[in-house]
Ligand binder design. Structure first.
Ligand code: NAP
Length: 302
């Protein structure tokens, strides 16, 4: 039995130290395993295209919070895929979502644009309790973000695939109703066949006039042309942490759009030591035949 780590080598050293301390009998290899047949666990951003050399592989741990970079259909059916769950990811996501929501709520893009032109001009402040914030995706991160936003007094709603019940949040599975009552839309959906391209003309048209977008999910969920059209119409502003492609090309018009703020996919970054602890816990759970935290439903894609 062995672990094969196939991601950033410097972070791999942090994993190697954590494994040497916690599971000294379990061989931990970085880059390649001398005996691929012994590899039961893999840690990777994307696994090798051909996994036939690893007939005993049981679990692949993603080094990222999403698993959309995996071609799930190409993996052997018995191999489980585990997404990265470490507490810092949610904490950082809450910071970013609060930062972006407050920035758009308080018209920061417009004030930055005015400042560039030396314009001292006040805009009316809106009351938080009359600002309807809607989070798409009520998973690990969407729920944490809603909790983080609660103290500001926004009127909160959440949208998910299956019914959810969260205190103080108007939860729904009805997308049209959710969009119609959302002034600030925060996307925290996983990228799947269902959510790819979901932020499109029809979705923006279903938002109230003057709505804002905070996109923290995955770039391929957003149609950038539809966003540009929406910004010329009813959408007031957008904060994009994720784009398609990444990086956003230098000459892309969204970089210089006066009502768009772009950050380079930095909402959350995995801490290597915490990531190693998550993988160690997963391997221990798997060896004890207990449920593995973060094991995704391959059929559902998240
Ligand atoms: P999660 O725990 O798997 O939750 C996903 C949520 O999305 C669930 O509530 C799920 O509904 C909902 N959902 C999935 N497909 C849907 C659909 N077609 N329609 C409606 N709702 C749908 O995921 P998470 O940990 O919260 O993470 C969410 C995503 O954030 C990740 O997949 C990743 O793409 C992104 N992310 C971005 C960054 C960044 O730095 N920008 C960092 C980390 C993660 P159910 O509740 O019904 O299952």
């Amino acid at each position: 039995m062995a672990v094969l780590y196939l991601s950033d080598p410097a972070r791999g050293q942090v994993f190697a130290r954590a494994f040497a301390q916690a599971l000294p009998d379990l061989p931990f290899h970085i880059g390649q395993a001398p005996d691929p047949g012994s590899v039961e666990y893999m840690v990777a951003w994307t696994p090798p295209a051909d996994l036939s050399a690893y007939p005993n592989l049981r679990l692949i741990f993603s080094v990222g919070a999403g698993v959309d970079q995996f071609d799930l259909t190409a993996l052997p059916p018995q191999v489980g895929v585990v997404r990265m769950l470490e507490p810092g990811i949610a904490r950082q996501m809450v910071q970013m979502a609060v930062l972006a929501t407050l920035a758009l709520h308080r018209d920061l893009p417009a004030y930055l644009d005015q400042a560039r032109h030396g314009q001292w001009q006040a805009r009316p402040n809106r009351a938080a309790d009359r600002t309807r914030v809607g989070v798409m995706g009520l998973g690990q991160l969407g729920r944490a973000v809603l909790e983080g936003l609660a103290p500001f007094g926004f009127d909160l709603a959440g949208y998910s695939r299956s019914p959810r019940d969260l205190p103080g949040v108007d939860c729904t599975t009805d997308l049209a109703a959710f969009l119609a009552r959302t002034d600030i839309l925060i996307c925290l959906l996983p990228l799947t066949d269902q959510t790819r391209g979901m932020l499109d003309d029809a979705l923006f048209a279903a938002l109230p006039d003057g709505a804002h977008l905070v996109h923290l999910g995955r770039g391929a969920q957003l149609d950038p042309q539809a966003l540009t059209r929406a910004l010329a119409g009813r959408l007031a502003s957008a904060w994009l942490d994720v784009t398609n492609p990444e990086p956003l090309p230098q000459d892309h018009p969204l970089w210089s759009h006066p009502r768009v703020i772009v950050t380079p996919h930095v909402a959350s970054q995995t801490d290597a030591a915490q990531g190693a602890a998550h993988v160690l816990a997963g391997i221990r759970a798997d060896r004890a035949c207990d449920p593995v935290a973060g094991l995704i439903d391959r059929g559902r894609g998240y």
